[in-house]
Each structure stands twice: as structure tokens, then as C-alpha cells.
Ligand binder design. Structure first.
Ligand code: NAD
Length: 308
């Protein structure tokens, strides 16, 4: 009988809970941890067969004992990721096995990834940045795209395969995040453009469903219109059809646009639409939409329909 495949998973939120579930579905035994103990126990009690760890250090220790292939993390920001690996109760304190890959899939700043990689490599560990694209529906369907930075691409890909469909080796540690930050700036801009367009059409009397059908086969086609449509009721199982809940939080895309602006400043790149988009999403956060899916921009733009 083949030896069981073992991995650790840290961060069981909107994305991580589905990603971890797909690892289990493909035969992995998982050790799991989330900063919120109730989230960890819910995941364990839902018949996942996973074992709970009370901290990243304990998870690393358990993974070390079991000879885990990897520890995967999926947390919101760079500060959380640094805490997970470098904190007083972090992964590096738990002493995982040297052959266990440390794979972070969060969308965070490049400096944090490089800092953790530096500390991890001093101790003989391999840390790689492996951010994903595809949002919650792709996390659920195991069709994520992984953008991977670091030295052991083929080994990392083998571990990540249960959760994704496409895997790109972008270069050294940090380069996966470079690709991800660029993608999300484009996504943020296109979601605003899509919402403006569908709202304009609706206010001119065109059914948003008809306009969507046209855009999906015309030159305006993009992911925001054909897969993640922001108008309630046009696509099933997208956040717009669920009161903009459980998707990609406006606070998270605002964070990603902040990352893009930092990198644009460092590289002296002109990103006028990225900059305006950042301000628009930041204003939405200030108005209390931070935890709603970012496609809620459509609801905000269409809120003055009564003034037609
Ligand atoms: P989320 O807020 O739903 O989940 C994050 C989880 O991490 C939470 O359960 C939280 O308790 C846990 N956490 C936070 N700090 C922790 C720590 N120090 N130790 C252990 N657990 C900790 O976020 P999400 O939507 O799952 O996104 C996670 C990351 O993936 C973010 O960087 C986000 O930008 C990126 N991302 C999200 C989407 C999406 O559509 N939601 C798509 C692609 C990438």
C-alpha cells in the first residue's frame, strides 16, 4: 500500500477551507490550523479527517513527525504570513522536516516573502511563494492557477496539484507575487469597467442579461463579465447572486491595489487606472463595504437608479 500523503494547512478562510478540502479529497491527511480556534474545530468536526494543531509551531512539529510533503499557508496579509512562519509560535520554531516544502499561497507584499525565505533558508528550509488566481469558485472546483516563485517548482507543483489546474514557474522567490499583483490590478480595473458598462446599459434601458450575453462574445469580454458577473441573478454561484457575500472581499482587493501601487512607485511605473481604482475601493471600505465581495461596486454604481 502506498504511504499516506501528508501536509499541513494554515488559514482556513474563504479560500483555504476549500483548498484544504480538495487536498483531503485527493488523498492527503492534513494537519490544520487557523488563528481562530472555532474555525479550526469547525473544519475538523465536519468530517474532514484532519488533525487540529493549536499553533503554526505545533503544526510544524506534527508535520515533522509525520514526514509531511509540505506546509501550505493561506492568510490575508504579509504581517499574518510573517507571524505564521517567524512568530514566537511560528512554523520555524516547530522544526518541520528539512524536506517539507514551505508554500505560501497568500497574496502579500514581496518583501515579506523574501524576508521569510531568507530566515527559512538559514535553517535549511525551502520557502516558496505560490499565490493563486481564480477566487472562491475556483478554490472550490480545484481549478486555481498557481504562480510560483522559488527553486523547487516541480516538487511544489506535485503538492499543489489537488487544488489547481495551471501552474507557472515565474522565477525566484517573490516572482509569483509579482505576477499575482499585476493580475489583480488588472482585475480590479476590469471589475469597475464591467460594472460601469452594465449599469450604463441598464440605465439606457438594456436588459443586463442581454448585454452580458453580447459582451461575452464581443471585444469587451473579460472574466468580470463572463465568469464573475457583478449583476445579481445573471450568473449562479457568484457573490453578486448571494448579496455579495463569501467572495473576494473589497478589503482584500484594496490591499492588493496597495501592493501594486508600492511596486509601481519602486519601479517608477505609470499606473493611473490602478491608482484611481485603489482610491475607489478604499472609499468603498470607508463606507463599510470592506467585507463584501469587490463586485459590490456594481450595487454602489446602480444605487441611484431611482433618480433616472
Ligand atoms: P479570509 O479572510 O477569508 O481567510 C483568512 C484566514 O486566515 C482566516 O480564517 C483567518 O482567521 C486566518 N488567519 C489570519 N491570520 C492568521 C495567522 N496568523 N495564523 C493562522 N491563521 C490566520 O481570506 P481569503 O479570502 O481566504 O484570502 C486569503 C488570501 O488569499 C489573501 O491574501 C487573499 O488576498 C488571497 N486570495 C483571495 C481570493 C478570494 O477570492 N477570496 C482569491 C485569490 C487570492
Amino acid at each position: 500500500m502506498a504511504a499516506p500523503k501528508i501536509a499541513g494547512f494554515i488559514g482556513l478562510g474563504n479560500m483555504g477551507s476549500y483548498m484544504a478540502r480538495n487536498m483531503i479529497n485527493k488523498g492527503y491527511q492534513l494537519v490544520v490550523h487557523d488563528a481562530v480556534p472555532a474555525v479550526t474545530s469547525k473544519f475538523v468536526s465536519e468530517g474532514s479527517g484532519a488533525t487540529a494543531a493549536s499553533s503554526p509551531a505545533q503544526l510544524a512539529e506534527m508535520c515533522g513527525e509525520k514526514g509531511a510533503a509540505a506546509i501550505i499557508s493561506m492568510v490575508p496579509e504579509g504581517s499574518h504570513m510573517r507571524e505564521v512562519y517567524l512568530g514566537s509560535d511560528g512554523v520555524l520554531k516547530g522544526g518541520p522536516s528539512k524536506s517539507t516544502l514551505l508554500l505560501d499561497s497568500s497574496t502579500i507584499d514581496i518583501d515579506s516573502a523574501q524576508q521569510v525565505e531568507k530566515e527559512a533558508s538559514k535553517l535549511g528550509y525551502t520557502f516558496m511563494d505560490c499565490p493563486v488566481s481564480g477566487a472562491v469558485p475556483a478554490a472550490k472546483a480545484a481549478t486555481l492557477t498557481f504562480m510560483i516563485g522559488g527553486p523547487k517548482f516541480e516538487e511544489a507543483k506535485t503538492v499543489l496539484e489537488p487544488m489547481g489546474q495551471r501552474f507557472f514557474h515565474c522565477g525566484p522567490v517573490g516572482s509569483g507575487l509579482t505576477a499575482k499583483i499585476c493580475n489583480n490590478m488588472m482585475l480590479a480595473i476590469s471589475m469597475i469597467g464591467t460594472s460601469e458598462t452594465l449599469n450604463l446599459g441598464a440605465r439606457m434601458g438594456l436588459d443586463p442579461k442581454l448585454l452580458t450575453d453580447i459582451l461575452c462574445v464581443s471585444s469587451g469580454r473579460c472574466w468580470s463579465v463572463d465568469t464573475y458577473n457583478p449583476v445579481p441573478g445573471i450568473k449562479e454561484s457568484v457573490p453578486a447572486s448571494n448579496d455579495y457575500k463569501d467572495g473576494f472581499g473589497t478589503a482584500l482587493i484594496t490591499k492588493d491595489l496597495g501592493l501594486a501601487q508600492t511596486e509601481a512607485t519602486k519601479s517608477k511605473s505609470a499606473t493611473p487606472l490602478g491608482s484611481i481604482s485603489h482610491q475607489i475601493y478604499r472609499t468603498m471600505c470607508a463606507q463599510g463595504y470592506g467585507s463584501k465581495d469587490f463586485s459590490v461596486i456594481y450595487k454602489i454604481l446602480s444605487a441611484n437608479d431611482s433618480q433616472k
